[in-house]
Every structure is written in C-alpha cells, then in structure tokens.
Design a binder for this molecule. Structure first.
Ligand SMILES: NC(=O)C1=CN([C@@H]2O[C@H](COP(=O)(O)OP(=O)(O)OC[C@H]3O[C@@H](n4cnc5c(N)ncnc54)[C@H](OP(=O)(O)O)[C@@H]3O)[C@@H](O)[C@H]2O)C=CC1
Ligand SMILES: Nc1nc(=O)c2c([nH]1)NC[C@@H]1CN(c3ccc(C(=O)N[C@@H](CCC(=O)O)C(=O)O)cc3)C=[N+]21
Length: 292
C-alpha cells in the first residue's frame, strides 16, 4: 500500500486555467481587469522570490500586477500611506503585504489598514471575524488551498476527525475555522500540546503547519489518513515539509508533497481571491468554487 499523492501543482494549474478563463470573460463582457498589488518590505531573498512568483502568476492569468518594494528601514507612516493609496486606487482589487514585517513596524496596524474588500489574504480583523461567524469573508489563501484539496480527495468533511498542528493567524487558526465550518471535529495542537503523537493517531485529516522539518513522524499517522503538509523548511537536504514524507506516505491514504503541494495552491488561491474581490466590487456574480 502507499498513499496517493495529492498533486498540488497540477491542482493549482487547473485552478489557474479556470481563473484565466473567468478573467478573460470579465474583460470581454465588462472591460474590467483584476489588479493585484503586492508589497514587500526589506530584502529577504525567499520573500522576494514569493513576491515575484505571485506577480508572475497574476500576469499569466491576465490580471494586472503591481509590485511595491520598500526598504527595510521604511517608516510605519510611509507604509501606511502606501496602503492608503492602494485602497483608493480603483485599478487595485487585491492588496497583499508580505509577512513578516520588520520588527519596528506594527504588523496588525498595517494589516488592518487594508480595505477589507481588498484584503485578499483574509488577515484583517473584519475578515477573520466574518470567517469565524460564518459570514461571507475573504479567506486566507493557504488554508483555502488545503480545504480545496481535502474536499476534492475526501468529499464532504462532516464528522471527520481533523488535527491542525499550529495555531498561527495565517495558517493554523483559519484552517481550523474552515474545517469546523465543514463540520469536521477539530483539534488544534501547538507547542504546549501534550501527547501529540496519540492525538495524531486518531486523526482522519492532519494539517501540519509547524515550521519544523519532518516533525510529524510516520508512526503518528492513522492508516488511510489524509495528510496536508504546509511546512516550507530549507535544509541542507533541500526544501522539506513538516511531515516525514517517506515514512508517512507508507501509512497515509493521501498526502501532499513539498514542494508541489500546498505552496502552488496558496498562490492559485491568491488569484482566486483577487478575482472574487473584483467581482464583488463591481457587483458581478462570483465565479463558482473559488470561495468555501
Ligand atoms: N506552503 C505555504 O503556502 C505556506 C507555508 N508556510 C509554512 O508553514 C509553516 C508554518 O507557518 P506559520 O503558521 O506561519 O508558522 P508559525 O511559526 O507562525 O507557527 C508555528 C506553529 O507551530 C507550533 N509549534 C511549534 N513547535 C511545535 C511543537 N513542538 N509541537 C506542536 N506545535 C508546535 C507553534 O506553537 P505555539 O503557538 O505554541 O508557538 C505555532 O502555533 C512554516 O514552515 C511556513 O514556512 C506558511 C505559510 C504559507
Ligand atoms: N501576506 C502574506 N501572505 C502569504 O500567503 C504569505 C506571506 N505573507 N508570507 C510568507 C508565506 C509563505 N507563503 C508561500 C507561498 C508559496 C509557496 C510556494 O509556492 N512554494 C513552492 C516552492 C517554492 C520554493 O521552491 O521555495 C512549493 O511548495 O512547491 C510557499 C510559501 C506565503 N506566505
């Protein structure tokens, strides 16, 4: 036996192709081109690569991409002024401020300055609250991509035992909210959790978002479980996830690889959210299947 591979790269390519079709239709019928603004503060090379990939992906589906690079020393006031300008720019439908920000900047203040309608990361308190209360929200891209892959593989998630490892605002917490909204029975584990291996052994669904290379062991996995590996860890052996992939794939029913799993879906969902935001601001029908 061995797990089926959940091919996030191929899944994301199909999603992007659908989005490209919707963007073309939007242009033809309404003369509207969705625009995504990505803001990068500082010179972190990995962040620079992601930001470039996001811009490239936006252009490839026919969107406009606006890249803003600011020096690491930029003042909070200048960054807030840029966000305000993007909020007021009708060509910009989505705004992403790449995290983390330098320590001298109040991350929450910057995120919450983004207009909720343009908050394609779903990080503003308004969108977080909407998700938590079951109202129409912008949903964070990484958990949205994970949810799409899980539903595709498993069908309805109601009653499944789901374990989310990690409780960050960008992955763990919104992932737990989405699984809960789908009526899974959700456990959220973190660094103070006791008895994690046994919690994991009960889980039909494991989402690992820890940031520790090969942290989740093969013998923690329930036979047949669906394992979603969010981790991106650069090691001497290359890019590895938070799951010991070679061991876990022998036991799991389905598993995402790293690279080629959650990462490409995150970027495709950013485009999906940008398209959704564009449709909403123009009062047009939202394409199906892009939101939970
Ligand atoms: N593929 C993609 O698209 C994305 C990938 N990532 C990757 O996902 C990983 C997680 O990212 P992010 O959520 O931002 O990371 P954070 O560092 O913000 O959160 C990590 C979480 O893991 C928990 N944790 C740490 N050690 C343990 C432990 N020993 N046992 C159980 N839980 C533990 C922490 O617990 P506590 O809260 O108690 O400290 C925390 O909640 C990273 O590798 C990141 O690079 C992130 C975003 C997108
Ligand atoms: N405001 C904000 N929103 C984010 O969504 C956000 C962020 N800040 N800060 C950083 C994290 C990380 N993140 C990734 C996106 C794509 C890949 C990705 O495409 N990964 C490829 C590999 C790419 C590589 O080789 O490095 C893959 O897994 O196949 C990874 C990680 C989004 N994040």
């Amino acid at each position: 036996m061995g797990a089926e591979l959940i091919d996030g790269k191929a899944f994301a390519a199909r999603l992007r192709a659908r989005i490209a079709g919707e963007v073309a239709a939007l242009k033809a019928a309404h003369g509207v081109t969705p625009g995504l603004a990505v803001v990068l503060v500082g010179e972190d090379p990995a962040s620079a690569v992601y930001v470039r990939n996001k811009g490239k992906a936006a252009c490839e589906v026919g969107m406009e991409s606006f890249e803003h690079r600011l020096p690491a020393e930029v003042s909070q006031a200048d960054l807030l002024a840029l966000v305000a300008r993007l909020n007021g720019d009708p060509a910009v439908n989505g705004i992403l401020v790449q995290l983390p920000l330098p320590a001298h900047i109040d991350e929450a203040a910057v995120i919450n300055a983004i207009s909720p309608e343009k908050d394609v990361d779903g990080f503003t308190v308004l969108n977080v609250g909407r998700l938590a209360t079951g109202q129409r929200a912008m949903v964070p891209c990484t958990p949205l991509g994970c949810l799409m892959m899980l539903r595709d593989r498993l069908g309805p998630l109601g009653g499944k035992d789901a374990l989310v490892i990690g409780r960050s605002n960008i992955v763990g917490k919104p992932m737990a909210q989405l699984l809960l909204a789908d009526s899974a029975t959700v456990t959220v584990a973190h660094s103070r959790t006791q008895g994690l291996p046994d919690l994991c052994r009960r889980a039909d669904i494991v989402v690992a978002a820890v940031g520790r290379p090969r942290f989740v062991q093969g013998d923690w996995i329930k036979p047949g479980a669906a394992v979603i590996d969010v981790g991106i860890n650069r090691t001497e052996a290359g890019l590895v996830g938070d799951v010991d992939f070679d061991a876990a794939r022998r036991v799991a029913g389905a598993i995402t690889p790293v690279p080629g799993g959650v990462g490409p879906m995150t970027i495709a969902c950013l485009l999906a959210n940008t398209l959704t935001a564009t449709a909403r601001v123009h009062g047009l029908p939202e394409p199906d299947g892009l939101t939970p």
